[in-house]
Design a protein around this ligand. Structure first.
Ligand SMILES: Nc1nc2c(ncn2[C@@H]2O[C@H](COP(=O)(O)OP(=O)(O)OP(=O)(O)O)[C@@H](O)[C@H]2O)c(=O)[nH]1
Length: 212
């Protein structure tokens, strides 16, 4: 006998649904500017590990100086001059240390969500003349594949609901507001220009709407 719709619904209600993000653990993280707290999260659907770095009491209800930073192995860890990611990461952590309170969310969305190998493919196309948007599109991706929904469980875990967001990217502000968070201020991030990232920055302003 076929199960009725009602019994199928009752059975599916008993099957636990996978959570979007699980909090794993946290520890102290001494950095050159202050001793922060590092919080680790795991995304069950992908196995990706994301972190939040906090300083001070971020759960006291006051707006939190925050940065949502997407992974850039080449810029954040390998000193690449092709982008402004490394200097922005450092500037944001320094600013949080100066204020003595804040949070940085480090999302594993390498290459605006296309992954490291594809970002290197995109760099190869850029070496041949494409800009960052054209290179992503030539590889079959959107100019920006990122998704910020994981910030919500991270922010909820840290009891943060109101942000002073350090960004030049208005789409990050819209994304936070769509998640039901309050962005009370955009704090511009000073960018470090060099001959190698000039075109990357110009394309960000011209095609991706960044405010410089
Ligand atoms: N596909 C692609 N990704 C890049 C390129 N250069 C840097 N990235 C990635 O771009 C992302 C930059 O992230 P963020 O600094 O968080 O964000 P943003 O959109 O620049 O906005 P800001 O908050 O103003 O810094 C990282 O995931 C980098 O790996 C590129 O040429 N192509």
């Amino acid at each position: 006998m076929k199960p009725s719709l009602a019994s199928a619904t009752a059975i599916s209600a008993l099957v636990p649904t996978e959570s979007e993000l699980d909090y794993a653990t946290s520890c102290e993280l001494p950095m050159p500017w202050a001793t922060f707290r590092l919080h680790a999260f795991v995304e069950p659907a992908t196995g990706k590990e994301h972190v939040a770095i906090t300083l001070g009491d971020v759960a006291n209800g006051e707006p939190v100086l925050a940065r949502i930073h997407s992974e850039c192995l080449t810029g954040d860890a390998l000193f690449s001059l092709r982008c402004d990611c490394g200097p922005q990461l450092e500037a944001a952590l320094k600013k949080i240390a100066e204020e003595g309170r804040g949070a940085l969310f480090y999302l594993r969305q390498e290459g605006r969500g296309i992954g490291l190998v594809n970002k290197i493919r995109a760099y190869q196309l850029q070496d041949a003349g494409a800009d960052t948007v054209e290179a992503n599109e030539a590889l079959g991706f959107k100019p920006d594949q990122r998704n910020y929904k994981l910030c919500k469980p991270m922010l909820q875990h840290l009891q943060i609901s109101s942000l002073r967001l350090m960004t030049n990217n208005p789409r990050k502000i819209t994304a936070m507001e769509q998640l039901g968070l309050k962005v009370v201020e955009r704090v511009p991030l000073v960018i470090t220009r060099n001959p190698f990232n000039e075109r990357y920055l110009t394309t960000k302003a011209a095609k991706l709407g960044h405010l410089f």
